[in-house]
Design a protein around this ligand. Structure first.
Ligand code: RI2
Length: 312
């Protein structure tokens, strides 16, 4: 019964499906598929099975809140559904709405973000963010003359996806190793990165190395911009919970067998960039300051969240 959901979770864990927005849409799509094919019994059983499917997906990767918010959006009306059929119908409906909203948000961010790009700008981006690349491709489509530096993003080297995507779109793009960031910052006008999660204090959790870009940008007085859909804002951070930073297998960094036996490897996948290094957060709702993230979150969740939630 859970085969498709387990397959999607495994593809997310193994990075066959990756990128915070994509894993959220894949999670929602797996919930929809599960609901469409569900042939269970009572309402109680149905709720239990939907919960199991949700948990299987959420256990795949811990950091990007997009996955949690995407899957949770599908489950929104299950608690109030009067029958199993109405519960699964609501999952299908909410999954479709989320997937559409998520894709539209990327398009809106591209349009808004491109206005921050001037003709002749040199842009620096990190890893492979569809939201950040949407902005860059939109600026290029508007005939702005731009050059882009893209980091390799070890160890998964998602930068290779970025340079292919930008090159296919006709953008002048140069691949750099991650350690070239500070050197290249002297020639950079503006930085665009994506987000896996944004905390209520405006801090950005994104691909490991992002905070180094932010520090180098700050030192060089270069504008540092985060491109993110607002469903990457993390509700748990409102209540003091910290974002879990995923650590992946040592073998992704180096062949352990080829190293001396006493050498250890540490492979954190994301890091946190404090709000003070962020000039703008470009969302589908417009350009935000890091300081306004809290207000947007509370408005979206509703004041009731503070009454409903047990903060002990
Ligand atoms: P979009 C990616 O994580 C990168 O950290 C990227 O910046 C972020 O997701 C956002 O990507 P990973 O899945 O949602 O490669 O903008 O670990 O595509």
């Amino acid at each position: 019964m859970f085969d498709t959901v387990k397959g999607t979770a495994s593809d997310i864990r193994e990075m066959k499906i990756r990128g915070a927005g994509r894993i959220a849409r894949a999670g929602a799509s797996a919930m929809k598929d599960f609901a469409e094919n569900y042939r269970g019994g009572s309402l109680e059983e149905c709720r239990k099975d939907l919960d199991t499917a949700k948990d299987i997906l959420l256990e795949s990767r811990p950091t990007a809140v997009s996955l949690w918010n995407g899957v949770q959006a599908c489950m929104r009306d299950v608690g109030n559904a009067p029958s199993g059929k109405e519960a699964t119908d609501s999952v299908i409906r909410n999954a479709e709405t989320f997937i559409k909203m998520s894709s539209n948000a990327v398009d809106m961010i591209a349009k808004i973000g491109a206005k921050r790009v001037s003709n002749g700008d040199v842009i620096l981006t990190h890893c492979n963010s569809s939201a950040a690349l949407g902005v860059i491709k939109e600026a290029h489509a508007q005939s702005k003359e731009i050059k882009v530096f893209a980091t390799e993003s070890r160890p998964w080297r998602q930068g290779l996806l970025t340079v292919k995507e930008l090159s296919d779109a006709g953008v002048d793009v140069t691949l750099i190793v991650d350690s070239a960031v500070r050197s290249v910052m002297k020639r950079t006008d503006i930085v665009f990165v994506g987000a896996d999660t944004v905390a209520s204090n405006g801090a950005l959790i994104n691909k490991i190395g992002t905070s180094q870009l932010a520090l180098a940008a700050d030192e060089a007085r270069v504008s540092f911009n985060v491109c993110t859909e607002t469903y990457k804002f993390s509700p748990i951070t409102l209540f003091g919970d910290m974002v879990t930073i995923e650590e992946r297998d040592c073998g992704e960094v180096a062949d352990m067998e080829a190293l001396p036996k006493n050498v250890k490897i540490y492979n954190p996948v994301f890091d946190s960039t404090p709000a003070k290094y962020i000039d703008a957060i470009i969302t589908e709702l417009g350009v935000l300051s890091p300081g306004s993230v809290y207000d947007v979150m509370v408005r979206q969740l509703g004041d009731g969240i503070f009454k409903e939630r047990d903060c002990q």
